[in-house]
Design a binder for this molecule. Structure first.
Ligand code: NAD
Length: 513
């Protein structure tokens, strides 16, 4: 039974609606695909459930895009490249996208409610991170594409004259964007923002768990006058569903993905057909390194954030903490006190800073690691289970903030990404020793280093085999900087001018003068 104002589901023929209004976005009962500027169902009649992680209530049905809908979305995106979109100047295009930012901000609360309905995260968190960054991701790239020039060189030719070469950036074409569920709007616009600013058209495949904000953005695109077919959304799963149909589609010119490493590998194989460029932002098993000379309170505050923010569902989050032995016991005690002081609660509880995991499936995965940790011999410092929640909330996807100590470096919970609110804390005695341990992992996304010794900060940061090293901070993002993972955490860098490398084709024009 759908919670709230259910409208039923299960349409057997593809339908299109010209009325693109989506009713109350947090209360959307039918989540459709957005193709060529219109909300459409599907030919198969297949729908799947959309549940609220707070109490696992059924809150909507999503129309799964099959091959016909993916084909239609890609065809619309391809056609739009040659339509009015392709004829706009860079400044005209960017002005339109800046209106997208204004409209997201005007409908801030709708986006907030939609994101909360899908993820259950605290409202103040989504209103400080997810939605503002979701909008800012357009503005940073409209500014970048307008202001970054290409190179130009003059050379002497054998006949004593000259030739001038200059670079020209053109859109790549149709970009497929495959998204995860942890920061749905933020991570989708992190790709759609630069892709559109560079003049491409996009087909977005949101996570099956979090379809709402991508759907809602379709309304915004129509409202501000983004031409039909420029922004499309197809809902569904990976294999044998919208994800696989989209990545295999020969008219998709480039693929950009955020999600698990093993999914990224599948997508990379799909991209090989047709030799298409791919940008992969994948898993992590990030370390925090806490030296005895750190500002202790700041290190605790920062580590509490890096381990527990968004219920541990941040790709950059810390799951391994290494603490220099003289402050180890004090650090473990303070982190335990901080974890036990977290306020678990529903999104609109202003005091809550800890929400549920995204789904029952993910709750099962995280709890299976909680079990593995104990089987491997961990000392459970705090947590390790499911919190007592009242009434209907007991059905939700809650887990306790959890800290372990005492495991060898070979333990599965130290090696494998859990993507939950948990960490293992281990002592260390020397800089070389901790560098070796921190780098001994197949992932290489991010790290946080806590020290007041400036030389050591630079030394350790540069030796970490990761895409981003934070010193005395965590999750501080200047969107002009390169973002991406080393080792099995990613391929390619996005952010600022680095995104232009992926979302444009850089051509050279050489003129004999
Ligand atoms: P996931 O890999 O399970 O799914 C991501 C997306 O890929 C979903 O939309 C899914 O439907 C789609 N997909 C799955 N199989 C597919 C296939 N065969 N073909 C095409 N598409 C397919 O990841 P998730 O569980 O949604 O997200 C969590 C993961 O994302 C974690 O590993 C986390 O570290 C990672 N992540 C990385 C970053 C980063 O910037 N590096 C950011 C956020 C999340």
């Amino acid at each position: 039974m759908l919670k709230g104002r259910a409208k039923g589901h299960g349409t057997r023929t593809a339908t299109t609606t010209n009325d693109t209004s989506l009713e109350d976005p947090s209360n959307m009962k039918e989540i459709k695909n957005f193709i060529n500027g219109e909300y459409v169902t599907n030919a198969s009649g297949k729908t799947y459930e959309n549940r609220n992680p707070v109490d696992n209530a059924l809150i909507g049905m999503v129309y799964e895009a099959g091959k016909p809908e993916v084909d239609a979305a890609v065809a619309a995106a391809k056609a739009a490249l040659k339509g009015p979109w392709g004829k706009l100047s860079v400044v005209e295009r960017c002005n339109l996208l800046d209106e997208v930012v204004n409209e997201i901000n005007r409908r801030f609360d709708d986006f907030l409610q939609a994101e909360i309905a899908d993820t259950g995260k605290p409202a103040h968190l989504a209103s400080h991170i997810d939605i503002p960054r979701g909008a800012a991701n357009f503005k940073i790239f409209t500014d970048t594409i307008k202001n970054v020039s290409t190179e130009s060189f003059e050379m002497r030719t054998p006949d004593g004259k000259t030739a001038r070469s200059y670079g020209v950036r053109t859109p790549r074409g149709v970009i497929a964007i495959i998204c995860p569920w942890n920061l749905p709007l933020l991570l989708m616009t992190w790709k759609a923002g630069p892709a559109l600013a560079c003049g491409n058209t996009v087909v977005v495949k949101p996570s099956e768990d979090t379809p709402r904000t991508a759907a809602l953005l379709g309304e915004v695109m129509n409202k501000v006058g983004i031409p039909k077919g420029v922004y499309n959304v197809v809902n569904g799963f990976g294999a044998n569903s919208a994800g696989a149909f989209l990545t295999a589609h020969p008219d998709v010119d480039a693929l950009t993905f955020t999600g698990e490493t093993r999914t990224g590998e599948v997508i990379m194989k799909a991209a090989a057909n047709g030799s298409r460029p791919v940008s992969l932002e994948m898993g992590g098993k990030n370390a925090a390194i806490v030296f005895a000379d750190c500002d202790f309170d700041k290190a605790i505050e920062g580590t509490l954030r890096s381990v527990f923010l968004n219920c541990g569902q941040v790709c950059l989050g810390t799951e391994r903490v290494y603490v220099e032995r003289p402050i180890f016991d004090k650090f473990v005690a303070a982190l335990k006190a901080g974890a036990e002081g977290m306020k678990i609660g529903v999104p609109d509880d202003p005091a809550a800073n800890f929400g549920p995991l995204v789904s029952k499936k993910h709750q099962e995965k995280v709890l299976s690691y909680y079990k593995v940790a104990v089987e491997e011999g961990a000392t459970v410092i705090t947590g390790g289970g499911v919190p007592d929640m009242p009434g209907e909330l007991a059905e939700g996807c809650w887990v306790q903030p959890t800290i372990w100590t005492g495991l060898p470096e070979t333990a599965r919970v130290i090696k494998e990404e859990i993507f939950g609110p948990c960490c293992h804390i281990a002592p260390f005695d020397a800089e070389d020793e901790v560098l070796e341990k921190a780098n001994d992992n197949k992932y290489g996304l991010a790290c946080a280093i806590w020290t007041q010794d400036v030389s050591r900060a630079h030394r350790v940061a540069q030796k970490m085999e990761v895409g981003i090293s934070w010193v005395n901070s965590w999750f501080l993002r200047d969107l002009r900087t390169p973002f991406g993972g080393s080792k099995q955490s990613g391929i390619g860098r996005e952010g600022g001018v680095h995104s232009l490398e992926f979302y444009t084709d850089l051509k050279n024009v050489c003129i004999k003068l």
